[in-house]
Design a protein around this ligand. Structure first.
Ligand SMILES: O=c1ccn([C@H]2C[C@H](O)[C@@H](COP(=O)(O)OP(=O)(O)OP(=O)(O)O)O2)c(=O)[nH]1
Length: 154
């Protein structure tokens, strides 16, 4: 079962009323990066490639088609008994862009990232709502304790 937006909203900070949706909570864009060097996914470890931040011109990211890493502004906690997923805001998708998600594990806390695919040039205001976080109930034996725990919370 998916939780209500009111439930998800208890686990986000900061949050304003306009972010709460019936079935989830909208997340906003804080920073956008282009990857500049190759990363590596190994059998025993991984490396994230270097990145260059996209400047917000007068508070607006003007993006050409391509792949970008987007950092969310909100600190998210994934409560025990749940797993999180991000869906793009429909208006983003209707503008030929897609925001992808990996699995947000129970116990994770931090300001996470998503892959933003831009198939047609778009302008995104810094702080604009771009994606929606939903929580599904999920069994788990452990909680998240990986390299990204606590990212950008300091
Ligand atoms: O789209 C997503 C999905 C997940 N996360 C956060 C929450 C998740 O709990 C954490 C770690 O994800 P994952 O377990 O997939 O990372 P990993 O590549 O396996 O690395 P590690 O084992 O170091 O955690 O990253 C995001 O920021 N964006």
């Amino acid at each position: 079962m998916f939780e209500s937006g009111a439930f998800v909203g208890e686990y986000l900070n900061p949050i304003t009323g306009s972010q709460r949706q019936p079935n989830g909570v909208d997340l906003t864009a804080a920073a956008i990066y282009e990857q500049t060097t190759a990363g590596r996914i190994g059998r025993g470890g991984k490396t994230i490639g270097d990145r260059q931040e996209v400047d917000a011109d007068d508070g607006v990211f003007r993006l050409d088609p391509g792949a970008y890493i987007l950092q969310y502004a909100e600190t998210v906690q994934i409560p025990a008994g749940h797993v999180g997923f991000i869906y793009p805001r429909s208006s983003l998708m209707r503008n030929s862009c897609m925001l992808h998600t990996a699995v947000w594990d129970a116990g994770y806390e931090g300001k996470g990232e998503g892959l933003l695919e831009v198939h047609h040039g778009i302008e995104i205001e810094n702080g604009a709502r771009v994606g929606q976080l939903v929580f599904a109930e999920a069994d788990h034996e452990t909680t998240y304790d990986g390299d990204y725990q606590g990212e950008r919370t300091g």
